[in-house]
Design a protein around this ligand. Structure first.
Ligand code: 3H9
Length: 699
C-alpha cells in the first residue's frame, strides 16, 4: 500500500482515505493505492461497505493534470470505476471542498454520495480543453438528467451541495464530521439492505429527452453559443448525446477515445499551459516568503466614473465595505446610479438574488467627503489619466490616509514611480490596473513601483484573488505589459489601413484567429477620444484615428467611428465615409493602395506584439512569458485555446517569427519591428520562450 492511500477500519466499514496534498489529484500512485484498497475491501469478508474520502482540505479535485503529457500508466480511473461497479458491497463517497473532474467521476462510480454543506461538485474539464474522460458524460446525465448535466459539463462551473442534493447528485448533506456521517450512512445502507444503485444502470432521467430528441438540439445550441473556436464544447455535446441512443459500454469507450484525442490536441495543451501559468503568475520570484499581506477590512475608491464604479462593485461583491468618493454631488449620484443599475440588470438576468443585491449595495457608501479615505486599509484612485491631477491627489492622500494604508493608482499607462514620489511613503504605493468593465474582467495588472514594499505587494496580490481576479505583477513602463503590447498592434493596424486594408479586413482577420473583437471595433467600443487625448498629451499621432476624432467620430457613443452604428445597435457597419478618410490619408502619403492577404494581416498584428513581449521580458517588466500570456487571455480576449502570444510564438516557431519581423521591419522602415535581442537569441539557439528560466532578465 502506498502512503498516498490509507485504509482504516471502523467496525465492518472500510474507510479509504486519499492523502495527496494539496488537492488529492489522482496521480499514478493514488490510482495504484486505490486499486489495492478497493480490491482488498471487496475480498475481505469482514468488510460490509466501503467509504471513500480524503485527507486535507478537499475531496479529489481531478486527474493529475501534470501527467497528461506523459505516457499513461495503469490502472486508469476507468479501471478503478469498473472495479467499484463490480463491487457488491455498498460504496459511499464523502464529498467536501471541491469534488471535481475525475474526483467527481470516482464518486459517480460509487453507489451513494454524501456531502458537506459547503462542498462544490463539478466537471471542469472543459476549461482545460477536455471532456470528462472517466465516465462523467454518461453517468452524470443518468443521475441529474441531461439538461443539468450538459450545462455543468459545458460551462465547467461547479454546483454547490444543496443544489447537488436537489438535482439527485448527492443522497444526503451532513453538517459536522463528514467521515463519521458517511460511515453511519454506509452502516445503515447495510442494515436496511438498501438496493445498490449502479449509476450506469439508471435510465429513468434520460427518458424525457429520449422522448423529445429535438429538445436536445435546442439545448445544445444554447449551451455552445459562446464556444466559438473551441473544440471541447462540441465534443461534450456529442458525448452527452450518446446517452440518448448508444449503449453505455460503447459510449464509455467512445468518451475515453474522444478524451484522449482532445488531451493530445493543441487546444488542450494551450489551455493547460494557461492553467499553470495563471497559478505561477501569483508567485513573485523575489518576494520574500516573510512578506505577509495586510488585512483589508475597508476600502475607498476615488472617482465614481466607469472604472471607479466597477472597482467599487468588486469590493462589494467580495463583502468588503467601500467608500466611493467623488468631488461633486452630481457625478457621485450618476456613478452610484450606474452601480445600482448594473446590479439590477444582473438580478433581472437571474445572476443574483435581490436580497444579495441589497446586501452588496449597502456596502457601497458614496460620499463627497475626501476624509472618508482616512478609514480605508486600501485607497484606489480611479480619476482622470493626468499626471498632475494624480500627483496632487496622492499628496493629499499621504496627509489623510492611515499609516498602514495601501495607496493604489488605477492608471493604465502612467509612471507609478512619479505618482509614488508625490507622497512621503512611496513604499505604500503601487498600481492596480483593472480592465473595463472592472466588475467583469478577470485581469488585474499589479504595478510594482521601485519603492513598493514587499508586504504592500503581497497585500495587493491577496486582495486581487479575494476580488476574484487573476493578479499579475508587472513593472513600471509606459502602458505596462498589456497596453504596451496593444500599442505595438495598433500602430501596425493603422499602418495597414494606409497601405490598403479596411477596418473590416483587419478586424475580420483577428476575429477569425479567435479574438471576440478586432482593434477597430474595440476602439469604437472604448471611445476613440480616449486614445486621442492620450496621444495629444504625448505629442504622438495616429493619422486615421485622429482624423476620425477631428470629424467628431468617437465610436459607438457618437454612432460613428471606424464603423457606423444604427440607432440602438452595437453592430459595426462598414462606412464609405471612413473609406474616403483612409483613401485620402493613403493619397497624402503617396501610397498606392494594395490588397493585403489575411495571413499578412494576422502576422503584422500579432508578431509585433510578440516582439514587444520579448522586450518586456528583457527589461524584467514581466517575470515570465506565461505572465504575458495570462494578461492577454484575461484582459484582452486572446483566444484561450491559442495559449497567449508568447506560447503562440513558440507554437509558430521563433525562427519564422524573427524572419517575418525582419522582413516587415525592412519594408516599413520601422526599427521597432526588428526582432528584439531576446527573440533573436532564442530563435538562433533553437530555444523557446517556454524554456526560459525565470526571470528572463537574468537569463
Ligand atoms: C480530469 O479530471 C480528467 C478526468 O475527467 C478524466 C481522467 C481520465 N492536477 O488552484 P490552486 C495544483 S482533468 C495537478 O492554487 P485553490 C495547482 O497547480 C482535471 N495539480 O488552489 C497548485 O499547484 P502549485 C479536472 C493540480 O485552492 C495547487 O494544486 N480538474 C490540480 O485556489 C493548488 O491549486 C480540474 O480541472 C490537478 N488536477 O483551488 C481542477 N489541481 O501550488 C483544477 C490543482 O504548485 N484545479 N493543482 O501552484 C482547480 O480548479 C483548483 O486548483 C482547485 C483549488 C479549485 C481544486
Amino acid at each position: 500500500m502506498t502512503n498516498l492511500v490509507e485504509v482504516r477500519r471502523d467496525g465492518a466499514i472500510a474507510v479509504v482515505v486519499i492523502d495527496n496534498p494539496p488537492v488529492n489529484a489522482l496521480k499514478h500512485g493514488v490510482r495504484l493505492g486505490l486499486m489495492e484498497a478497493f480490491t482488498g475491501a471487496r475480498n475481505d469478508a469482514g468488510v460490509d461497505a466501503i467509504v471513500i474520502t480524503c485527507a486535507g482540505r478537499t475531496f479529489v479535485a481531478g486527474a493529475d493534470i501534470t501527467e497528461f503529457g506523459k505516457p499513461p500508466q495503469p490502472p486508469s480511473l476507468t479501471d478503478l470505476i469498473a472495479l467499484l461497479d463490480a463491487t457488491a458491497k455498498p460504496t459511499v463517497a464523502a464529498l467536501f471542498g471541491t469534488a471535481l473532474g475525475g474526483g467527481l467521476e470516482l464518486a459517480l462510480g460509487c453507489h451513494f454520495r454524501v456531502a458537506a454543506p459547503s462542498a462544490r461538485l463539478g466537471q471542469p474539464e472543459i476549461k482545460l480543453g477536455l471532456i470528462p474522460g472517466g465516465g462523467g458524460t454518461q453517468r452524470l446525465p443518468r443521475l441529474v438528467g441531461i439538461e443539468t448535466a450538459l450545462r455543468m459539463i459545458v460551462s465547467g462551473d461547479p454546483i454547490r451541495a444543496p443544489e447537488a442534493l436537489e438535482a439527485g447528485l448527492v443522497d444526503a448533506i451532513f453538517e459536522g464530521d463528514l467521515t463519521a456521517a458517511a460511515i453511519d450512512f454506509a452502516r445503515r445502507a447495510v442494515a436496511d439492505k438498501r438496493p445498490l444503485r449502479r449509476v450506469r444502470d439508471m435510465e429513468e432521467k434520460l427518458e424525457p429527452m429520449r422522448a423529445r430528441p429535438a429538445a436536445f438540439d435546442d439545448l445544445a445550441a444554447e449551451v455552445t453559443k459562446r464556444a466559438r473556436g473551441l473544440a471541447a464544447p462540441a465534443a461534450a455535446v456529442e458525448a452527452v448525446r450518446w446517452t440518448l441512443d448508444v449503449p453505455i459500454g460503447e459510449a464509455l469507450e467512445r468518451e475515453r477515445k474522444k478524451f484522449v484525442e482532445l488531451r493530445d490536441g493543441d487546444q488542450s495543451k494551450a489551455q493547460r499551459h494557461i492553467f499553470f501559468a495563471e497559478r505561477e503568475a501569483a508567485k513573485v520570484p523575489d518576494l520574500p516568503a516573510t512578506a505577509k499581506g495586510r488585512e483589508i477590512a475597508r476600502a475607498a475608491v476615488i472617482g465614481a466614473g466607469t472604472m471607479g464604479g466597477g472597482i467599487a462593485m468588486c469590493f462589494a461583491n467580495a463583502g468588503i465595505p467601500v467608500a466611493v468618493i467623488e468631488q461633486g454631488q452630481e457625478p457621485l449620484a450618476r456613478g452610484l446610479d450606474i452601480i445600482a443599475k448594473n446590479y439590477r440588470n444582473t438580478v433581472a438576468r437571474g445572476g443574483l438574488a435581490a436580497d444579495e443585491m441589497e446586501r452588496r449595495l449597502a456596502l457601497v457608501n458614496g460620499t463627497t467627503d475626501f476624509g472618508a479615505a482616512a478609514d480605508a486599509d486600501i485607497v484606489i484612485e480611479a480619476v482622470f489619466e493626468e499626471m498632475d491631477i494624480k500627483k496632487k491627489l496622492f499628496a493629499e492622500l499621504d496627509r489623510l490616509a492611515k499609516p498602514s494604508a495601501v495607496l493604489a493608482t488605477n492608471t493604465s499607462y502612467l509612471d507609478v514611480n512619479a505618482i509614488a514620489q508625490a507622497t512621503r511613503r512611496p513604499q505604500a504605493v503601487l498600481g492596480t490596473h483593472f480592465f473595463s468593465p472592472a466588475n467583469v474582467m478577470r485581469l488585474l495588472e499589479i504595478v510594482r513601483g521601485a519603492a513598493t514594499a514587499p508586504d504592500v505587494l503581497a497585500t495587493a496580490i491577496a486582495l486581487g484573488r479575494k476580488l476574484g481576479k487573476v493578479p499579475v505583477v508587472v513593472g513600471v513602463c509606459h502602458g505596462f505589459v498589456g497596453n504596451r503590447m496593444l500599442r505595438a498592434r495598433s500602430i501596425e493596424a493603422e499602418r495597414m489601413l494606409l497601405e490598403g486594408a479596411l477596418p473590416q479586413d483587419v478586424d475580420g482577420a483577428i476575429r477569425a484567429f479567435g479574438f471576440p473583437m478586432g482593434p477597430f471595433a474595440m476602439g469604437d467600443l472604448a471611445g476613440l477620444d480616449v486614445g486621442w487625448r492620450i496621444r495629444k498629451a504625448d505629442g504622438t499621432r495616429a493619422e486615421i484615428a485622429d482624423a476620425l476624432c477631428e470629424a467628431g467620430r468617437f465610436g459607438q457613443k457618437t454612432g460613428r467611428g471606424f464603423y457606423r452604428y444604427e440607432e440602438g445597435s452595437r453592430t459595426p457597419v462598414p462606412d464609405p465615409e471612413v473609406e474616403s478618410v483612409i483613401g485620402a490619408a493613403s493619397a497624402r502619403h503617396g501610397i498606392e493602395r494594395r490588397s493585403i492577404a489575411r495571413e499578412e494581416i494576422l502576422e503584422r498584428l500579432i508578431f509585433p506584439m510578440i516582439n514587444e513581449g520579448a522586450r518586456i521580458l528583457e527589461e524584467g517588466i514581466a517575470a515570465r512569458p506565461g505572465d504575458i500570456d495570462v494578461i492577454w487571455i484575461y484582459g484582452y480576449g486572446w483566444p484561450i485555446w491559442r495559449g497567449g502570444p508568447m506560447y503562440h510564438a513558440d507554437h509558430v516557431g521563433l525562427p519564422y517569427v524573427c524572419d517575418r519581423l525582419a522582413t516587415y521591419a525592412a519594408s516599413s522602415h520601422d526599427d521597432r519591428l526588428a526582432p528584439a535581442p531576446l527573440l533573436t537569441r532564442l530563435a538562433s539557439q533553437g530555444s523557446t520562450f517556454g524554456a526560459l528560466k525565470t526571470p528572463a532578465k537574468s537569463a
